[in-house]
Design a protein around this ligand. Structure first.
Ligand SMILES: [Zn+2]
Length: 347
């Protein structure tokens, strides 16, 4: 039996609008996403469970104390200072050489990387619950002998760095899961198949050689997150050679994606990874409203099959993937092909 983790607290955050090319647009990272993905979990026959509460320890292993305090307290502080019902940044430091900001406006600009990650009264509750789902899935694999587990994380996490939110993300669920796995496994790989580069995850592990980070995504020269995700970014210090980016031309379909995936999987093999976290975005879909890449449901099945073929302990962590008529189908295709392959006995 494969378990899936989700709790209703994850539905409470709802960010409303963000700025796109100078205009306010609805934030597509809506609670309905989780409800749609839940239908796929049920169709897959996974055992859907509440994650329980593993506390702050695993989250604090990845994120800075002042950032965690900010996420929990800034909404009250903002409101008390006369701010609106959503904390949204309006100014950002161009470096971080100065002292920690004292004002609520300064703190918002320090910790929120863009307008897509507003903090509402319920944001912390949902982000915390989403992280707990990732921890539960990681512990299934680490402590309970499961070959794999799925965390239905919402809000997503891969754009959040150690102390900066961004791209609808607050707590880096994939990074938290990987760090949990490190308590047992010496070498962990995080493979990010979301449409967007996993910049937060890259940043967190950039100088480390015990967690390899790999990301397949639309070319950041012309696509969010714009500043990171190029092939030249390969890690620093001890981490040099342990970060790999596979930027793809806009509009790339199954063949181009799968060719990049083959290269990424061979690097995971070369690294001799002991366990894997898949940052499972589904927004590379041809039907996704972001429209950056063109993977079909059959393509997601092929991606799941190749990843299952790695035959390592694997934690699937939901990242992006927005409301379309194939969102549930894409998750179904990925996970069913993945499960069928990982269940086969090794050759
Ligand atoms: Zn994405």
């Amino acid at each position: 039996m494969m378990y899936a983790y989700f709790s209703d607290d994850q539905l409470r955050h709802h960010g409303q609008t963000f700025m796109v090319a100078g205009e306010p647009k609805p934030i597509p990272e809506v609670p309905e996403r989780a409800e749609i993905l839940t239908t796929a979990v049920k169709r897959l026959g996974l055992d859907l469970r509440e994650p329980g509460d593993f506390g702050m320890g695993p989250i604090a292993a990845i994120h800075a104390p002042e950032y965690l305090k900010f996420l929990q307290t800034i909404h009250d502080e903002w409101k008390a200072a006369g701010g609106s019902d959503l904390v949204v940044p309006s100014i950002h430091p161009f470096d971080r050489m100065g002292p920690y900001p004292r004002s609520h406006i300064g703190k918002a600009g320090f910790h929120l990387g863009d307008t897509s990650c507003p903090v509402s009264k319920t944001t912390w509750q949902s982000a915390y619950a989403s992280a707990q789902a990732a921890i539960a899935a990681a512990r299934d694999v680490r402590d309970h002998g499961q070959k794999s587990a799925y965390a239905l994380c919402r809000p997503p996490g891969h754009h959040a760095s150690r102390d900066i939110a961004g791209g609808f993300c607050y707590l880096n669920n994939s990074a938290i899961a990987a760090q949990e796995l490190r308590a047992k496994y010496d070498r962990v790989a995080i493979l990010d198949v979301d449409l967007h580069h996993g910049n937060g995850t890259q940043h967190i592990f950039y100088t480390r050689d015990d967690v390899m980070t790999l990301s397949i995504h639309a070319d950041p020269g012309v696509f969010y997150p714009f500043f990171w995700g190029h092939a030249e970014e390969r890690g620093e210090d001890a981490g040099l050679g342990f970060n790999h980016n596979f930027p793809l031309p806009l509009g790339s379909g199954n063949d181009v994606f799968l060719a990049a995936l083959d290269r990424a999987l061979s690097m995971i093999d070369h690294f001799s990874a002991d366990a894997v976290v898949i940052a499972l975005g589904l927004d590379a879909s041809q039907d996704d409203p972001f429209g950056g890449l063109a993977v079909t449901p059959a393509g997601f099945a092929e991606i799941g099959k190749k990843i299952g073929g790695v035959k390592l302990p694997t934690v699937l962590v939901q990242e992006g993937g927005y409301v379309s008529n194939t969102l549930a189908e894409n998750l179904f295709q990925f996970v069913s092909a993945f499960r069928a392959t990982i269940a086969e006995s090794p050759e």
